[in-house]
Design a protein around this ligand. Structure first.
Ligand code: 2BA
Length: 109
């Protein structure tokens, strides 16, 4: 069994969840915040049998769009220090950022 972590844009969340649910996948939604932009996004947890993993990922990819966004560089900071040049920079976000891990044990009572 695998656990898929899919970080998706808030605007894609409903489509992705609906697509997965319609195909019978269980989904848990977590509200999350990206470390770079410090703005909200959505993390979905999907537990799947190994042979279903690629199918589930395909649904997530199909329903997640790539977007361009212009942000002011002075808004971007990190623990290493903020970038304070104040120039607009264009970034391309998404589609989904996906991680897959092995599940050692799955218990549902
Ligand atoms: P954020 O960290 O807020 O990043 C939002 C977008 O900003 C990224 O979109 C990317 O286009 C840009 N970006 C991020 N770090 C950058 C950097 N050091 N320099 C220039 N541009 C940068 P995505 O790549 O589609 O990522 C969307 C969200 O997925 C991220 O939001 C974060 O929440 C998550 N994510 C992405 N890669 C991750 C990773 N390796 N581990 C954990 N979470 C990740």
């Amino acid at each position: 069994m695998k656990l898929i972590f899919a970080i998706v844009n808030d605007e894609d969340e409903l489509d992705v969840m609906r697509g997965l649910s319609q195909e019978g996948y269980g989904v848990t939604k977590l509200c999350s915040t990206g470390g770079f932009l410090k703005s909200g996004n959505t993390t979905l947890l999907i537990g799947v049998d190994d042979e279903k993993m690629d199918h589930a990922i395909e649904i997530i990819k199909t329903k997640s769009k790539s977007r361009k966004k212009v942000v002011n560089s002075s808004m971007i900071g990190s623990s290493q220090g903020a970038v304070l040049t104040g120039y607009p920079i264009e970034i391309t976000m998404g589609g989904a950022t996906i991680f897959v891990t092995d599940v050692v044990k799955y218990i549902k009572e």
